[in-house]
Write a protein that binds this ligand. Structure first.
Ligand SMILES: Nc1nc2c(ncn2[C@@H]2O[C@H](COP(=O)(O)OP(=O)(O)OP(=O)(O)O)[C@@H](O)[C@H]2O)c(=O)[nH]1
Ligand SMILES: [Mg+2]
Length: 458
């Protein structure tokens, strides 16, 4: 379900959080990735453009600096995405003793009305309601039997009439019996398109049944077209909410959800599979948190704050400008890039979402932390002269062995540190094509690393 979009959003947030220099290039590349992913999820181009303009503007706002800027952008991204997903509205049942909730489901052919009727029946019955399913689709062959099968399988009372062709008559026939149920779910017939016969049928059902809730069911794969469809239905009836089905089987769910928000049709539920329990209440905030792979945004921001030492960052930036970087600086860089703890730490904040876990090698972050610890030991075993001038070690293997022994590591560990230092230093020395006033973006760093035929291992 929107896995690709989630992945891009997670990467974008991570890139912002970990960036040493949030410069124009990095911001542009993040925005490009976001745009591509949102458009692939079928979010309307107008919304995508508005969103990216806002992010760009605040990213390049000179008044914001360092952590403050990162915090601001991540919050902005989060808030804007939540806003385009619409308001949170729950389907609230009337609970009075004599109150009956008559919930009528509408939609075109194959939208998922019948299966959703059963899912909702199960959902409300599990929450202590007396539920009945009523089959009023007299249009499609075997529609009543489909509802019957689902109802029997999940032990839900149902009311159908396979012979009667007039749905209004079926409703009237069971009117009395249905009085004892406090939640009555009504499955209706669809059509290929929004046509006159459908309009007439649902208008007459509405008049007779007087539903307390009229819900439009639309499949996620129609994407942005959900906008037109919900507008059409809203014109003839008071549609209180929407259910988006088949979120599991399309990449276009983003379009359907945002389109509903645009027409102010709140999404009550989404369905995410064919099984009876594949029904979720839709809450834009938690939906987004899950997509982004984090428990809540405040925790993430705290984390960014705790790992970003602005003083250190500034110093490194100045040294890079002077083309003068020490071993300590290399370690600082690696530390700040890795110290968000990557997904490994973030995943602990994710409620019940393990998608991220699978893709990240288990020991990746631990290795990084271990490596940094080693490097710090190595540096402590070096003389001041060696620290300032690490080339001295390269020239003399005996120095390497001495340092390795002092730090309790292998010679190869010392060499690996020297390699990282050399790589960064080389890049800085040859950085004539870099705009140093902006600092280097990770993309530029990677480009340079490629030029040197080396892999960046940050
Ligand atoms: N993968 C997946 N399939 C679903 C979901 N919801 C419904 N379906 C499937 O979509 C198909 C159509 O669902 P129905 O409930 O019969 O749709 P309908 O709106 O009643 O269709 P008509 O009565 O023909 O208008 C069925 O094969 C369902 O199993 C979902 O969330 N995920
Ligand atoms: Mg049906």
């Amino acid at each position: 379900m929107l896995e690709k979009l989630g992945e891009v959003l997670r990467k974008a947030t991570d890139k912002i959080a970990n960036a040493i220099f949030l410069d124009k290039n990095l911001v542009n590349s993040i925005i490009k990735d976001l745009q591509r992913a949102l458009i692939e999820a079928d979010v309307s181009i107008v919304l995508v453009k508005e969103l990216s303009d806002k992010i760009k503007k605040s990213a390049l706002d000179e008044r914001l600096k360092g952590v403050e800027k990162k915090e601001h952008i991540i919050k902005l991204l989060h808030d804007e995405l939540t806003a385009i997903l619409g308001e949170h509205k729950q389907l609230e049942l009337k609970k009075g003793k004599k109150e009956q909730n008559r919930i009528m489901l509408l939609g075109l052919y194959g939208a998922g009305k019948t299966t959703t009727t059963a899912k909702l029946g199960n959902y409300f019955s599990k929450r202590g309601n007396k539920v009945a399913l009523v089959g009023l689709d007299t249009h499609r062959h075997a529609a009543a039997e489909q509802l019957q099968q689902l109802a029997e399988k999940h032990k839900l009372p149902y009311f159908i009439d396979t012979k009667e062709k007039n749905p209004v008559k079926i409703w009237k026939k069971y009117g009395k019996e249905l009085k004892e149920y406090n939640v009555v779910l009504i499955d209706t017939a669809g059509r290929h398109s929004f046509d006159k016969s459908l309009v007439n049928e649902i208008k007459s059902l509405d008049k007779t049944i007087k539903p307390t809730e009229t819900i439009l069911v639309m499949p996620a794969d129609i994407g942005q077209a959900a906008k037109k469809q919900s507008q059409e239905f809203k014109e003839i009836l008071d549609i209180l909410g929407v259910i988006i089905t088949r979120m599991d089987s399309t990449a276009k769910g983003g379009g359907a959800l945002t389109a509903c928000a645009e027409t102010k049709a709140p999404v009550y539920f989404i369905t995410t599979g064919e099984k009876i329990n594949d029904l979720e209440e839709f809450n834009p905030k938690s939906f987004l948190s899950r997509l982004l792979g984090m428990g809540d945004i405040e925790t993430l921001i705290e984390k960014i704050k705790s790992v970003t030492d602005e003083g250190k960052q500034k110093k490194i930036q100045e040294k890079i400008k002077d083309g003068n970087i020490s071993l300590e600086d290399v370690i600082e860089q690696v530390k700040s890039m890795g110290s968000m703890g990557g997904f490994d730490k973030i995943k602990s904040m994710i409620p019940g979402f393990s998608n991220v876990e699978k893709k990240i090698p288990e020991n990746l972050i631990e290795n990084q932390e271990e490596k940094i610890k080693k490097w710090e030991h190595i540096m402590k075993s070096m003389t001041k002269e060696e620290r300032e001038n690490p080339e001295l070690l390269e020239k003399q293997t005996s120095r390497i062995s001495r340092v390795a022994q002092g730090a309790g590591v292998h010679n190869s560990d010392v060499r690996s540190l020297l390699k990282q230092y050399k790589l960064l230093n080389d890049m800085i020395q040859s950085g004539s094509d870099l705009d140093m006033s902006q600092g280097m973006s990770q993309k530029q760093l990677q480009k340079l690393a490629k030029k040197f035929g080396k892999k960046m291992r940050f």
